[in-house]
Design a protein around this ligand. Structure first.
Ligand code: NM2
Ligand code: OGA
Ligand code: ZN
Length: 345
């Protein structure tokens, strides 16, 4: 409690940051008096003889006696999982998001809850995707550039730059930290095919866990390995589990990308068969049409995904016509920050 005092000697009134370090608080600290005064809790600490007032609602909000982590794989209540029956997807008009703070905030809230969102009626203009990032945060630059052109190329450095279908995946699992948001913005899409699908990875993992606890455990207990070295001067490799849990068991991420999984060498010999069976079953769940929401982007439309949770896919395309998307990465911390800071105003 002493460490969490809100008085101006403990916390800066201008920025809220703590001014003291823990070793400035005497180790033999104790409370020698407590009473309610003016709807605040007044506490006297010895040996400092320091009197601190605590707002009652602050104490209530920060009470930790009810925190009981449940079983492995528990999901924060801010998320709502979904499948193909998802009725209302977070969808908003490009210019309404720019003009109206409340509209923007509701839409961001939806993206945080469902892990993806769509934007319609944007300009059919190269670089317009940056205007979406500008609504809440910053571009995450990588070896693919500040943004990348997703269209068919000769000698492609990545299978995304072909007309092939792409199984549902998360991007860049070979990177650590992984980009936590991706935006894909459509400029041309007259080719045959080229629809996009999104799949809730957390929902898929919950299904896997309900079906087979051993499968869930093996994919969260052991590291897979992902790599990318498709262009000169780049050799990315990361050892992470397909299902990522926080130390208290919270489900916090999925890494799934058939193109980038490398030889998995960190699963014990005796568990490898189970690991592959689990990986296969998870892939089947992910590929199940009952899990996916499908749309074909029109020029000027785009979507954003939480790349730690929602997988995206595309159907192959060919024939007359063309397809051109621009993509970029950004991060979820600023999306959350934009959402929660607007609650204060
Ligand atoms: N691109 C589109 O993570 C991946 O390798 C998927 C990424 C090349 C930036 C494609
Ligand atoms: C990607 C990707 C999908 C598409 O660029 O990461 O998955 O619709 N593209 O082209
Ligand atoms: Zn992708």
């Amino acid at each position: 409690m002493r460490d969490n005092s809100q008085d101006p000697e403990t916390r800066s009134p201008t920025n809220g940051q703590r001014l003291i370090s823990l070793n400035e608080i005497p180790e033999n600290i104790s409370i020698i008096g407590a009473s309610i005064e003016n709807k605040k809790l007044k506490v006297t600490f010895s040996p400092e003889q320091k009197i601190i007032f605590y707002e009652l609602d602050w104490l209530e909000k920060n009470s930790y006696e009810n925190f009981k982590p449940t079983q492995k794989g528990w999901l924060s209540s801010i998320y709502k999982t979904w499948g193909s029956d998802l009725e209302v997807i977070p969808l908003e008009d490009f210019y309404d998001l720019q003009k109206n703070k409340r509209t923007l905030n509701d839409w961001i809230g939806g993206v945080l809850k469902f892990g993806f969102g769509k934007i319609t009626n944007g300009p059919v203009q190269s670089g317009a995707l940056f205007e979406i990032v500008d609504l809440f945060g910053y571009v995450r630059e990588t070896n693919y550039g500040r943004h990348f052109e997703v269209r068919t190329e000769v000698n492609p450095s990545n299978l995304a730059y072909t007309g092939l279908g792409l199984q549902a995946h998360t991007d860049n699992p070979y990177r650590d930290p992984v980009p936590t948001l991706q935006i894909l913005y459509c400029l041309e899409n007259s080719a045959e095919g080229g629809e996009n699908m999104v799949v809730d990875g957390f929902s898929a993992i919950q299904k896997l866990k309900d079906e087979n606890l051993e499968f869930f455990n093996v994919l969260s207990d052991y590291c897979a390995k992902f790599e990318y070295s498709g262009e000169k001067g780049v050799k990315l490799s990361t050892r992470k589990p397909i299902i990522e849990l926080a130390p208290d068991g919270e489900l916090i991420g999925i890494r799934f990308n058939n193109r980038s999984l490398s030889a998995v060498t960190d699963v014990p010999f005796g568990k490898m068969q189970t690991w592959y069976a689990a990986y296969r079953r998870l892939a089947e769940i992910i590929d199940d049409q009952r899990m996916e929401v499908t749309f074909k982007l029109e020029p000027g439309e785009s979507f954003i995904v939480d790349n730690t949770r929602v997988l995206h896919a595309r159907k192959g395309y060919s024939g007359k016509g063309s397809r051109w998307l621009q993509g970029c990465y950004a991060d979820k911390d600023s999306l959350k920050s934009a959402f929660y800071s607007s609650e204060d105003t």
